[in-house]
Design a protein around this ligand. Structure first.
Ligand code: ADP
Length: 186
């Protein structure tokens, strides 16, 4: 699925975020920045030890990365030049500011990309794995937040959503279809 939001090409693909050819990939990290499972583990495995080295330096300088914020490192051995590490919220029922924190994670990742002049960026489905955020609701937050930013700001040439499963791909595709006013996909 692909379409334009103002000047930005938005693409959705099913696949592995570590194989993307975007200038940056976003990692669904945790606040320690020391690596974990899911996307985080996959990125560190594929990108090699240089990423963790830089994460440790950031940790030493500022104690990690609070929920909703983002930091940037090299992409190590990845095709991507940079990894933007952001921390999504842990789901705890939906009334603890989870939507706002998830929106911040997307917003701060795009902000950092703009600071570094990054022309293309790939996002995974932040918070919907180990952190338990319901995917449909997370997709709505991701789509609304990214769409609003692309409409308002100087934006990258491409924003790609990389969904690991066909089910997640369908959920994000439907959320985008609704947001851009296309008839909902079957
Ligand atoms: P979080 O802790 O933020 O929930 P996870 O990494 O546990 O992050 O999961 C986030 C999403 O990333 C889930 O939908 C999971 O299926 C997906 N995922 C796991 N590995 C990869 C990968 N290599 N590429 C893209 N998405 C992945």
């Amino acid at each position: 699925m692909q379409f334009k939001v103002k000047n930005t090409l938005v693409t959705l693909v099913q696949g592995d975020i570590t194989g993307q050819d975007t200038v940056a990939v976003v990692n669904a990290a945790n606040s320690t920045l020391l690596g974990g499972g899911g996307v985080d583990g996959a990125i560190h495995r594929a990108g090699g030890p240089q990423i963790l080295e830089e994460c440790k330096k950031i940790r030493a300088a500022k104690g990690g990365c609070p929920t909703g914020e983002a930091v940037i490192t090299t992409g190590g051995n990845l095709i991507s030049r940079y990894v933007i590490h952001t921390v999504g919220p842990i789901w705890s029922g939906g009334d603890s500011g989870e939507d706002q924190l998830l929106a911040s994670a997307y917003r701060n990742s795009l902000r950092l990309a703009a600071v570094y002049g990054i022309k293309s960026i790939a996002f995974p489905s932040i918070s919907t794995g180990a952190y338990g955020f319901p995917t449909q609701r997370a997709a709505r937050v991701a789509v609304d937040t990214v769409k609003k930013l692309l409409e308002e700001k100087n934006s990258p040439e491409e924003v790609r959503f990389v969904l690991f499963s066909q089910k997640d791909f369908d959920i994000y595709s439907r959320a985008w279809a609704e947001a851009i006013g296309e008839p909902s996909l079957p």
